[in-house]
Design a protein around this ligand. Sequence first.
Ligand SMILES: O=C(O)CCC(=O)C(=O)O
Length: 206
Amino acid sequence: MTGSLDHDGYTILTGLLEREAVDQLLRDLERLRTTPAEERPAGERAEAGTRHLHRLDERSEVVASLLDHPALTSVVHTHLGSSVAASQVSARTPQPGFGGQRLHTDDVARSPGQAPTTLTAIVALCAIDDRNGGTRVIPGSHRRPDLQRRAGGLEHHPDEFVVRLDAGDALVFDGHLLHSGTPNASDADRPALQIVWRIERGEGVR
Ligand SMILES: O=C(O)CCC(=O)C(=O)O
């Protein structure tokens, strides 16, 4: 189901990364995963269950080029304006049995008339669905501050569903959209990039 960013709060960009680029990026992640702790960016540590790698725009050429992909920059600039840069460029890899999260937003609850200030992209590095820890979303919840205020306390919502992606596709969503990672019930890792663009308040929100 391909949503509209304005109406549904999310959209899907297919084929952002070719198979070859996905494979190179997976090799990059494997190399970075084994980097000695003292050479890692601050705040990056090996975590049981779900692995995180940060600042990948500085550590992988594939990721650096992806940030300039016309389809991605077009969505980001249309939604947030052209002066915003990615503030978080990470990989999130739930291992089998891990990755379930509570429904949450990536921004504070929307106030009346507030323009969007945050956009997140999940770029799949394998086929992702409801069995291996896909991202669940509640369409339209970016327009529902009442639901956003229940972030962290809402177990399920009747409209929620898990987005299916092929390797190289991206789910892009408004920071006010309720969403979460789901448990990876497969027997393989679920690698994906997690990229966030954020306009700091008072920084010329259009
Ligand atoms: O990796 C995902 O599917 C979503 C992760 C997420 O929403 C988060 O870590 O805040």
